[in-house]
Write a protein that binds this ligand. Structure first.
Ligand code: ZN
Length: 160
């Protein structure tokens, strides 16, 4: 049983999640697929709420290869800071990949420094953001484009 760390949308607890109910329907024809993205369910070990997530499944052995995304904050109860990579594919298409989360800016700032610090390369920017039910906001309060606010997406290396 594979475990991946995620942020509970209800209580903000960060924990290694276990997955159940992962079912894969293979593409009808052709293709040499090594993995598939599917819906799965997990539960928060802190508040016991069920959480619907997206995971990547290895088609060799049907194990969860990694956590893709989980719901944005579902209550106004929590607000956190994240270290993340923002990818501006276009003005109206922005994705955020989170690699650290904490209650305070200093902790995520440290995580950011460990990963090379604030950085900008082409349409990629590595930085600190605020995350709440209102979505992702820059430290100056500016919200990210709505396309960034659909879910919490995780860095492929996992949440640290
Ligand atoms: Zn929880």
């Amino acid at each position: 049983m594979s475990e991946q760390r995620g942020v509970c949308p209800f209580c903000a607890h960060v924990a290694a999640w276990r997955f159940s109910g992962v079912s894969v329907s293979l593409p009808p024809t052709g293709g040499d697929y090594e993995w598939a993205e599917v819906e799965a369910s997990t539960g928060c070990p802190a508040c016991a709420q069920p959480i619907a997530v997206r995971v990547r499944v290895d088609l060799d052995d049907y194990t969860v290869d990694r956590l893709i995304s989980s719901p944005m904050p579902q209550t106004a109860e929590w607000r956190r800071y994240v270290a993340a990579t923002i990818n501006r594919h276009a003005a109206n298409l922005v994705t955020v990949q989170v690699f650290a989360v904490a209650e305070d800016v200093a902790t995520v700032q440290q995580a950011l420094e460990k990963h090379g610090g604030e950085g900008h390369l082409s349409n990629l920017r590595r930085t600190v953001l605020e995350l709440s039910q209102a979505g992702y906001r820059e430290p100056n309060g500016a919200p990210l484009h709505a396309s960034a606010q659909d879910a919490i997406h995780y860095d492929p290396l996992g949440l640290r």
